[in-house]
Design a protein around this ligand. Sequence first.
Ligand code: ADQ
Length: 471
Amino acid sequence: LARLVIVSNRVPTPRSRGAQAGGLAVVLKEAAPPGTMWFGWSGSQTARTSTEPRVATSQGVAYATIDLARDDFRKYYAGFANGTLWPLLHFRLGLMAFSRAELDGYVAVNRGFATALAPLLEPDHLVWVHDYHLIPLGAELRAQGVRNPIGFFLHVPFVPASVFGVLPCAARLLRELMAYDLIGLQTRQHVRDLGNAMAEIAGASVHDDGRVEAAGMTTRLIANPVGIDAVAFRRQAEAAIEGPESTRLLESLAGRSLIIGADRLDYSKGLPHRFQGYGRFLQRYPEHHLKVSYLQVATVSRDEVPQYRALRRELDRLAGDINGRNAEFDWVPLRYMTRPVPRATLAGFFRLARVGLVTPLRDGMNLVAKEFIAAQAEDDPGVLVLSRFAGAAETMREALLVNPHDPDEIAEAIAEALAMPLAERRRRHRVLLDAVQGVTARSYFRTFVDLLGETARRRVEPHLAQAGRRP
Ligand code: ADQ
């Protein structure tokens, strides 16, 4: 049986435990089988990039990490990955910056990853690369002679060809993707968009079964949505609700209905629009004054990127404005915190909530939507208000779907959720829970790894048989 090597920018090493806000770590940690090796950046910035990985093993998983030079890291991470690709792939061209120096830094770090990883690979390894930080890694590994099966999964959305084509190095990145044997995306829409971009910008032939051919190479695109372990999350929620944090929250509500949001503090999550929607709700439905409390947990993220600092200031201002206008001496309508809250504690908060607000402007999937549904008590479930533009909306049609750009639509959905009769809440919740339980972290993982093994066997076996040597 092939063994797996996961590659991602950050590696949740045993030492870096704690409240980690971030979807990728959550999914992979839940599903990685023993024997897996996990390779990536250590989290340390040093004077020089090290190509000698440090390896630590915990519960059968080997964590191999390298340090990155400060300047390389800045160009790669805050620069090209999060200053160029992240806004572009979330349809935010106005926030996208591009510089050749940052692109060069991005490619250099990917090359550094390849140089450090290649010697660790054994012939039976399947390599699975994650996310937009590492698009060129497959091509860099191939350039170093690696013949193992290599797959890639994009956790964020893909955009229509006309949007992606704005990127000055669009064709290059699309050609580099061809080095992978299998490319996974969250939704069918993202698959269609990437296929179109490969055809229009990189001149590839894209077939109905997902096969893509260009320059003598073949890859395959699949929609493989990320899931959570819903049963485990529900158990966490049931346990947490008895704990001290949920008890304190419940007491502080004094009988008011809880509306909850939990996100990384990121402009893709639509937080200013959500705050405005809540402000509009308070204005248009004064009968709910004193009867609701909205708790938004928005853990600070990527503080080194200027747009994120600007977003934080904007949210501080909006939160102050909403509370200033609407608060009573004994009622704060919006509780807004940027401190991280452990996921297990959040699970209990979700279960207490009557309404979950998940309104990203764009999202690859959005796990919070799934976690909110998993956490609910089946006999008295809360209602999910979900953005149409989260990947999760493709299968979660029984949520109250909103266009997050329209604060009035958010306001109306909050009012509808609060007024929804119990029978209707139960009906919707049953359907949503089925959808959430239908795809788990484990099934997501298996689907990709099995297909990667299969796709690559066809391509790789002749090489191995012929050469009889390690790749
Ligand atoms: P993210 O953008 O990080 O992930 P998301 O899918 O919502 O977004 O996952 C966040 C995870 O972190 C969830 O498990 C959530 O509980 C946790 N989390 C979020 N905010 C938190 C907070 N304030 N405190 C503590 N925990 C918090 C990227 C893509 C998504 C995609 C995932 C997985 O942007 O679209 O769903 O990868 O593929």
